[in-house]
Design a protein around this ligand. Structure first.
Ligand code: FMN
Length: 190
């Protein structure tokens, strides 16, 4: 039996069709504030963000230019793009922070749920060039670009190419819990 989970977690999915409705500044601030409330190893808060809305076309285009070809086909409808970056070392002793990407994930989890509470949706992406991002934004060695995210309100799937239209659905394809929870047999967990 599938248990009922929190409605915001249940509601979350990653759309590709966004409406052209812009996002209020105040809501954008709430997204980043929610991210900043995440737990992190030694409270390092290693997450950093480069973002732009279409109101700032120069930066929006810079971000857009870092995306791979597939993602560029649909992200163009999104009113806001974020590049996520982590600081790789602990500020207090310059030791490597092996949990920086973990902590960024927590921050993005917070952000996704805050977004949904305001009817905004996020679509995270690995399909972008980290080298290009480094070059375009002059990112120093001790910072690492991790993902990009399209953010916006749900749009009309008919604006997507046919192949993507079929994928545009909140249906969840998930492993069942028996595959995730250890009961002595790692083979069942592959
Ligand atoms: C780190 C990460 C990278 C992803 N990269 C891409 C991507 O480059 N392009 C894309 O269309 N979707 C990408 N996705 C979206 C996933 O395919 C999607 O989250 C997954 O299929 C589960 O669907 P759901 O988010 O709708 O539940 C990525 C998601 C994550 C978390």
């Amino acid at each position: 039996m599938t248990q009922q989970i929190h409605e915001l977690i249940d509601k979350r999915w990653s759309p590709r069709a966004f409406s052209n409705q812009s996002i209020d500044e105040e809501k954008i601030e709430k997204l980043f504030q929610a991210a900043s409330y995440a737990a992190s190893c030694f409270n390092e808060q290693p997450w950093r963000f480069v973002y732009a809305t279409k109101d700032y076309p120069e930066r929006y285009d810079q971000l857009f230019s870092c995306l791979g070809e597939f993602n560029q086909m649909w992200v163009k409808t999104a009113p806001m793009i974020i590049l996520t970056v982590v600081s790789k070392k602990f500020g207090r002793n310059q030791n490597p922070n092996d949990h920086a990407r973990h902590d960024l994930g927590l921050a993005i989890g917070n952000m996704s749920l805050q977004a949904l509470s305001m009817d905004l949706y996020m679509h995270q992406m690995a399909g972008f060039s980290t080298e290009k991002a480094r070059e375009v934004f002059d990112i120093p060695e001790d910072f690492e670009p991790v993902t990009m995210i399209a953010v916006g309100y749900l749009g009309d799937p008919d604006q997507l190419p046919d192949s993507m239209k079929e994928m545009e659905s909140p249906t969840r394809d998930r492993k069942n819990l028996a595959q995730l929870l250890f009961d002595g047999d790692w083979e069942k967990m592959r």
